[in-house]
Ligand binder design. Structure first.
Ligand code: K1U
Ligand code: ZN
Length: 194
């Protein structure tokens, strides 16, 4: 294989057209797979890149802007993000073994959703800015300082890697109970963080 072809196969760029069928099934609140801390990835190889591609396609199918491997039942520290799924020129992000380096910028509140708790949207307070180190799909170390929706999405996806769901961080008990009931989820499956 030519060198350029080898490099291209290590890059991740999948069609943003939602597939008719999702390659991977997304687990929902109450499923134990969502509560396991994810394992570090020791080698970034084709298997990991294929998983990232399948996760991106599943995310586009579900109309989300992010997805973490535990949501598709895979216990690995891998997340994918695309804040503009309708924009073909907006980059797709793959983050392997992400680690929070700093948080700052005060706190902000945002109404979050989660593909693992479909139809439930509730306010969550998080740091406004986050600095994260990770490896990209080619295994190279990266560092990013994010704010706005990107910071929000990174923190939400990194929670998934620790077995934490956004509903665990909701402090408005009344809205939480209503939102869960409306969508048929059990309050007992939420592990509220004090
Ligand atoms: O992890 C996930 O379940 C994906 C989640 C990411 C996320 C959304 C909002 C705030 C924080 C994290 C979703 O994509 S849920 C779907 C959703 O809320 C949304 C979809 C398209 C545009 C904007 C939001
Ligand atoms: Zn989620």
């Amino acid at each position: 294989m030519a060198q350029s072809a080898v490099k291209a196969s290590r890059r991740i760029q999948v069609s943003k057209e939602p597939p008719a069928e999702p390659p991977l099934v997304i687990h929902t609140l109450g499923d134990d797979a969502l509560r396991q801390p994810a394992r570090r990835i020791s080698r970034v190889d084709d298997e990991i890149r294929d998983l990232a591609r399948a996760m991106l396609r599943s995310m586009y199918h579900a109309k989300g802007i992010g997805l973490a491997a535990p949501q598709v039942g895979i216990n690995k520290q891998l997340i994918v993000i695309d804040l503009e799924p309708d924009n073909p020129d907006h980059p797709q992000m793959v983050m392997i073994n992400p680690e929070i380096r700093t948080t700052g910028g005060g706190l902000s509140t945002y109404e979050e959703g989660c593909l693992s708790v479909p139809g439930v949207y509730l306010d969550v307070v998080r740091p406004s800015v986050v600095e994260v180190s990770y490896r990209c799909e080619q295994g190279r170390p990266q560092r990013i300082k994010a704010d706005g929706l990107l910071a929000r999405c990174i923190l939400h996806e990194m929670d998934h890697l620790s077995g934490v769901l956004f509903v665990d961080r909701v402090t408005d008990e009344l809205s939480l109970n209503e939102g869960l009931k409306e969508r048929g989820f059990e309050r007992g499956d939420v592990h509220s963080i004090a």
